[in-house]
Design a binder for this molecule. Structure first.
Ligand code: NAD
Length: 469
């Protein structure tokens, strides 16, 4: 299959009527204690790795049919998330689950923190990295010993179908279920009581999730998006900066939650940066993206139309071609973009990169701080004091200095947003923690029993207590 052959499938769906009994079944499994032993968790994580290994080609084909995703990006940025996370969890499971000493409490006893599974969790994923964003949270949920409902995005229907068809052959289906579908199926799921919900997607739907979760006081993790700025100052190596920005932006045709959304560049270097961006795009794709298997399509005609409309009336520095039949939009850079234009009002989520001129980095900081806290922020500067100033005077989910995207690749760091870009975080041990309850335990012995703690609270006992504080 050609990497650019997007095929549309009807929206997949599971039976809504069966959802209550499905969730009840997962609760029965959880209550039975079956998912608690480390041996069960290990078996499931190993099975997940086997699933990826044995079905890799089919998964790549599904991603290509849904998004025209290049094979390398399918592996490195999507499927690879699952294997990296699963291997890390398998290696560290014993360490993560070991009770953590919290020291001794004088005259009381020893205390420790115990990780326990939360129960039945729901993981709702979007379409842009439809395997990684569904199955890498699953790793954390399994590692923590939960039962799970997976809800893949209906937008990437081929990927949803292959996951629904083949995952049950590998995983414990009494503990891990997959529900296909769109709004009706997700709404039916949200009527059930879960012990945790993890949602990755846009901020409007996040409010629906939060409202539904509130009815049962269910804790949630929200992995959202926003307009991630990219600041470039005059000390930056512009050729390297442009290459790294173009890579982060045009990978997956800009449909990446932490893609640089727009550039704030010091005016003296604007033209040189734009020229370097053009050179990078030329080098990446040899000047041809329409039939190029290394370049992804826009996921569907609705998004194609939305992004095309955002380009209307803008000054195009390079790029700008669109083709509705196969949801193609050329890597595009815009110049002289007004902060008030529609493209600057919401996350672009496509291969269009506005460049806005600023006098200096302080103006860029002011601009960023006027907007909502983004999921990622990028700074290109060789000046340490500028880096310090930007890091300490802006807030974002994460930052890569002199690069884009890559802060996400270190599983030792929590990945998540702040404010409107998200709530909670995951990756590596942080995923395990997200799906665990940290239970504080104090263990006392029977031998020492301090009588002065108990009533009657005589004057003498009160005085002694006051002296001890
Ligand atoms: P989407 O349309 O696939 O929706 C995500 C999920 O929400 C799907 O499973 C869908 O079925 C469900 N859903 C949609 N409408 C719903 C409703 N009314 N009620 C209940 N469930 C509903 O994906 P999307 O939202 O278009 O994803 C793109 C957004 O996700 C962007 O804003 C992007 O920045 C963000 N994102 C964030 C991350 C992250 O890690 N922070 C990763 C990827 C994408």
């Amino acid at each position: 299959m050609s990497a650019t052959a997007i095929e549309l499938l009807p929206v997949p769906s599971s039976s809504i009527a069966e959802i209550p009994s499905l969730v009840a079944g997962l609760r029965t499994t959880f209550d039975s204690g079956r998912t608690r032993p480390l041996s069960w968790r290990r078996t499931q994580l190993e099975a997940l790795l086997r699933f990826v290994k044995e079905n890799g080609d089919a998964l790549v084909a599904a991603l290509q049919a849904d998004l025209g995703k290049p094979e390398l990006e399918a592996w490195a940025a999507d499927i690879g998330q699952v294997t990296t996370e699963a291997k890390l969890a398998l290696k560290n499971l014993k360490k993560w689950t070991r009770p953590e000493s919290a020291g001794a409490v004088p005259l009381m006893g020893k205390s420790f923190i115990m990780r326990e599974p939360l129960g039945v969790v729901l993981i709702i994923a979007p379409w842009n990295y439809p395997i990684g964003l569904l199955l890498s949270p699953l790793v954390g949920a399994i590692a923590a010993g939960n039962t799970v409902v997976l809800k893949p995005s209906e937008v990437t229907a081929h990927t949803s179908a292959i996951l629904a068809e083949r995952l049950p052959d590998y995983l414990d289906t009494d503990a891990i279920a997959l529900v296909e579908g769109g709004v009706p199926e997700t709404s039916a799921l949200l009527e059930q009581r879960f012990d945790h919900i993890m949602y990755t997607g846009n901020g409007s739907v996040a409010k629906v999730i939060m409202e539904a979760a509130a009815k049962n006081l269910t804790p949630i993790t929200l992995e959202l998006g926003g307009k991630s700025p990219c600041i470039v100052d005059r000390t930056a190596d512009l050729a390297v900066a442009a290459r790294r920005i173009a890579w982060g932006k045009f990978m997956n045709a800009g449909q990446t939650c932490i893609a640089p959304d727009y550039i704030l560049v010091e005016e003296s270097i604007e033209e040189e940066l734009i020229a370097e961006l053009e050179k990078s795009v030329e080098e990446f794709y040899s000047g041809e993206t329409q039939e190029n298997p290394d370049y992804t399509r826009i996921v569907n005609s609705r998004h194609h139309e939305r992004i095309s409309q955002l380009m209307e009336g803008q000054e195009i520095a390079f790029g700008g071609a669109t083709r509705a039949e196969d949801c193609y939009i050329e890597p595009t850079v815009l110049r002289n973009v007004s902060p008030d234009s529609p493209i600057m009002q919401s996350e672009i989520f496509g291969p269009v990169l506005p460049v806005l001129r600023v006098k200096d980095v302080d103006e860029a900081i002011g601009f960023v701080n006027q907007g909502e806290k983004p999921l990622a922020l990028y700074l290109f500067s060789a000046d340490a004091s500028t880096e310090e100033r930007v890091l300490s005077s802006t807030s974002s989910g994460g930052v890569t200095v002199n690069g884009t995207i890559m802060h996400l690749a270190n599983a030792k760091m929590p990945f998540g947003g702040v404010g409107p870009s998200g709530m909670g975080a995951y990756h590596g041990k942080h995923s395990f923690e997200t799906f665990s309850h940290r239970k504080s335990v104090l263990r006392r012995g029977f031998r020492f029993d301090i009588k002065m703690m108990y009533p009657p609270y005589t004057k003498r006992r009160t005085e002694m207590a006051k002296k001890m504080l």
